[in-house]
Design a protein around this ligand. Sequence first.
Ligand code: KG4
Ligand code: ZN
Length: 358
Amino acid sequence: MKMIKNTLFSQTPIEVGQGSTKDNYIMAIESSCDETACAIVKNGREVIANIVASQIKTHEKFGGVIPEIAAREHLDSINVVIDEAFSQAKEIANIEPKDITAFAGTVGPGLVGCLLVGLNAAKTLALVYDKPFIGVNHLNAHLCANYLDTDLKPPFMALLVSGGHTQIIDVKSYSEQTIIGETIDDAVGEAYDKVARLIGLPYPGGPKLDKMAQEGNPKAYLLPKAKVNEFDFSFSGLKTAVLRLIKQLKADNNTENLSEDIIKDVCASFQECVSSTLVKKVKKALEQSGYNQVVIAGGVAANSEIRKKMFALQDEGYKVFAPPMKYCTDNAAMVASCAYFNTNTFDDINVEVFSRVK
Ligand code: KG4
Ligand code: ZN
């Protein structure tokens, strides 16, 4: 538990986090990329409201997220998701704005124009209701998605796989974490999106590639595994290998339009290469740590094969946690949980947004 001062007015410290003598209701806002989200979470684990406005329809037209357009869309949606979260909390738990313990917002990493919208909304709410403000790191929030609706407690090993990051993290306690390995080039989600584009799948490519892969033969093509340090990753060579494979297949079949069956096999082979590399390294890290718990987090934690291989670790006696799909992709419930568990947070209303991890 921490005593955090309110923002500007009464300056009376308020108890926030584990060990508080009163139940905590944290309202959080997330707007780092293309989801505008607001949630209210009780004591870091119990989701009272979880509202997400996705911009997928807008960005589909452009084949990717255009930062300026995304920021404008956050402006259009932000008040809607906040109102919706408040009315859901009233209906479900009879919680009113005055009952909120603290307001949290994502500070970074993310798109600066997008982050500014959500962060300023969260700070404004803290000022208006005279409650503490807590800034949250988006990556830590993804990890904390595993605390929602579970009884997971550190220590555990974590695989964080998102559009921008691929890391193996040793979570020693709620607040103490060490990155023990990461990608030296592309993130897994980035590799999925780039390969999906090569194959001609529309945005967002990752989930579509996953779907195709489930219908293909994972042993159809042998793709190279990068040689890097024990717990690090590299996916840019794999992407080039897929590009070469597609060119070769087009030449062999004497066509510019590969059959759907061939594409499905390429997807499955790519997915096999990525998922086996990830899980092999996580397993090694687990063995080295002596922990018996492991979690996955981040948007790519929604991937069917990565989940399957991670859950197979249960057969070896490990406890495996993976957030349900709605908490894998960007949401604000994970941000609220992160604020409650005080995981690398910034308890300062003057905190500024940042685009990359410093
Ligand atoms: O965590 P996230 O929402 O964004 C960041 O914070 O970076 O993750 C988005 C990424 C995208 O690259 C998307 O293609 C990928 O997650 N993704 C998937 C799947 N679902 C989402 N990649 C592979 N398989 C999926 N099922
Ligand atoms: Zn994310």
